[in-house]
Write a protein that binds this ligand. Structure first.
Ligand SMILES: Cc1cc2nc3c(=O)[nH]c(=O)nc-3n(C[C@H](O)[C@H](O)[C@H](O)COP(=O)(O)OP(=O)(O)OC[C@H]3O[C@@H](n4cnc5c(N)ncnc54)[C@H](O)[C@@H]3O)c2cc1C
Length: 507
């Protein structure tokens, strides 16, 4: 008899969500995490004596359904507003607060109303789709066809004009879309940000930046800015529902058995050599790690292996954590208690992307800055602060390699950029930690160190995420499922891959 009904590999937030739903339905679940603590990219750890932080800093679209189903509020979960504000070095700023644009010209503010109304309509239309298993293409059952029909109907119900507009803008570069509505460089920069962050796209890239924006605009959501509190609530809720969690328990391999033609997952072997059996293994590790390292290509069809190998998963976001002696003063800002965007115009963003495309460091980095110690005072000693900086467009495969001088050059250019907005900041730095995509890969066991465990790009989305044959959470191996950010609908702290995968595991 199996020791467990299900083993979930990886206690990132998706592994926590998935295992929790299974345990709620009475399954015996073991959750195995390679790292010393739960949370994956959202885990909180000490990066400088007395200073703590997590790589992921905010959850902008965690569905209320997951919060309610898992009773996260009973375990201390709380949400707050988190505005996005774009700054100019001179101290001008424009911001998005509760769905309205502030600080812009009257024309831009009026145009924003139309822009937001349109995109919000599209985002609402897509919203249920992110919480569904998207059927494969071809040979569908009636119920599977209905999933496509539902989306088609929603598009149709928008009316002819909106429908035409939907098909026109969905693949438009953000640059062109914004050009139709607003004129201020800073406003364009502000409005483009959520379409780009974490992706391998710049404002002028065609393809799917608008779709990424709609993904991040999912309606039924609230913002969590205390990530330690989110992970603790998810962990406690999972334990309360009976999930057995083991940290510092890296899985070395997923065990496969073969009876005639059929392959089945039967359990795992840990790096310690311990073997544990289960009726199902559900992996929140990224698809390459799951199939190529934990399963092994000897169990997979060559064509399937090729598709997994082809997944584009080289990250472009680095993280700089700063331990600060006090709260930095930004030009023209009362408090840095928001997401601050340091990118004066979309051309600067585009140029940084161009550098990265050719394996170079950005000449002028574009930064998203948060100060998590403002919402979680226990992250830093009293009076001190933690600053967390997303440095966009830093290539995983830097041409010169991520040697000491490249790391120093990146950190120096980030601090120099910060100084133009917060002149005294350099003197406040007590310690720092720089995590390049290559560091994120090795420290957090994420292939390519990618924000989404694989590019958020049309050929790797929806019924092709991570690739066909594994896009409905089930895989070519019976009893082996995926539940991490590399599956539909993608990364960010949404819990949706874990939620959807649990439904499939129970089906
Ligand atoms: C620099 C950066 C900043 C980000 N900031 C934000 C943000 O502010 N907001 C946001 O919404 N999103 C953010 N993201 C994206 C977000 O962090 C991820 O999309 C999300 O954390 C993915 O969650 P997950 O549970 O699927 O995977 P992960 O968090 O990667 O968890 C997977 C877990 O599996 C474990 N694992 C892997 N292999 C094994 C093994 N062999 N045995 C046992 N365990 C294993 C890993 O240790 C890890 O704990 C950011 C990403 C990056 C890179």
């Amino acid at each position: 008899m199996n020791q467990y009904d299900s083993i979930v590999v990886g206690a990132g937030h998706n592994g926590l969500v998935c295992s929790n739903y299974l345990a709620k339905r009475g399954k015996r679940v073991l959750l195995l995490e390679a790292g010393e603590r739960c949370g994956g990219l959202a885990s909180t750890y000490e990066f400088h004596p007395g200073f703590k932080t997590s790589v992921a800093q905010y959850a902008t679209h965690l569905p209320k359904r997951i919060i309610n189903d898992l009773k996260l509020r009973d375990f201390g979960y709380a949400s707050h507003k988190l505005d996005l504000e774009a700054l100019s070095p001179e101290g001008d700023s424009v911001s998005l607060r509760s769905g309205s644009l502030f600080g812009a010209s009257a024309d831009d503010m009026a145009a924003y109303q139309d822009y937001d109304r349109l995109l919000d309509k599209f985002a609402q239309m897509f919203q249920p789709f992110w919480q569904k298993t998207v059927p494969p293409i071809g040979n569908n059952s009636l119920s599977e066809m209905l999933a496509f029909a539902e989306l088609g109907l929603k598009i149709r119900l928008m009316g002819r004009e909106d429908m035409q507009e939907f098909f026109r803008v969905i693949a438009l570069p953000m640059y062109d879309l914004l050009d139709e509505y607003v004129s201020s460089p800073l406003v364009k920069s502000l409005l483009s940000w959520d379409a780009l962050i974490g992706t391998k796209q710049a404002p002028r890239s065609p393809n799917n930046s608008v779709l990424h924006l709609l993904y991040r605009m999912q309606g039924d959501s609230e913002i969590c800015v205390n990530i330690q509190n989110l992970v603790e609530a998810l962990t406690q809720s999972a334990e309360a529902n009976g999930v057995e969690i083991r940290t510092a328990a890296p899985v070395e391999s997923i065990q496969i058995s073969q009876e005639s033609e059929a392959l089945a997952a039967t359990g795992v072997v840990l790096e310690s050599g311990e073997a544990i059996s289960a009726g199902q293994v559900i992996s929140s590790a990224d698809p390459k790690t799951t199939f190529l390292s934990l399963v092994g290509s000897e169990w997979l069809e060559i064509e399937f292996t090729n598709r997994i190998q082809r997944i584009r998963d080289r990250g472009m976001v680095s993280k700089l954590h700063l331990a600060l002696d006090g709260l930095p003063a930004f030009n023209g800002l009362d408090s840095p208690d928001r997401r601050l965007l340091l990118a004066p115009d979309v051309e600067t963003i585009e140029c940084a992307f161009d550098n990265a495309k050719y394996g170079e460091l950005p000449e002028q980095p574009v930064l998203e800055v948060t100060t998590p110690s403002l919402s979680s005072s226990d992250l830093a000693p009293e009076g001190k602060h933690v600053m967390s900086i997303n440095v966009m467009y830093t290539p995983y495969a830097l041409k010169e390699g991520w040697n000491v001088s490249a790391r120093e050059a990146l950190q120096e250019s980030v601090v120099k950029t910060l100084e133009t907005y917060a002149p005294a900041i350099r003197s406040q730095i007590l310690g720092s930690e720089l995590l390049t995509p290559a560091d994120l890969e090795s420290r957090f066991h994420v292939s390519g160190g990618h924000w989404h465990h694989g590019d958020f790009a049309l050929d790797q989305l929806i019924m092709m995420r991570p690739t066909h044959g594994a896009a409905q959470y089930k895989t070519p191996i019976d009893g082996l499922l995926l539940c991490g950010a590399g599956t539909h609908p993608g990364g960010d702290l949404t819990g949706l891959p874990g939620f959807n995968a649990a439904r499939e595991a129970l089906s």
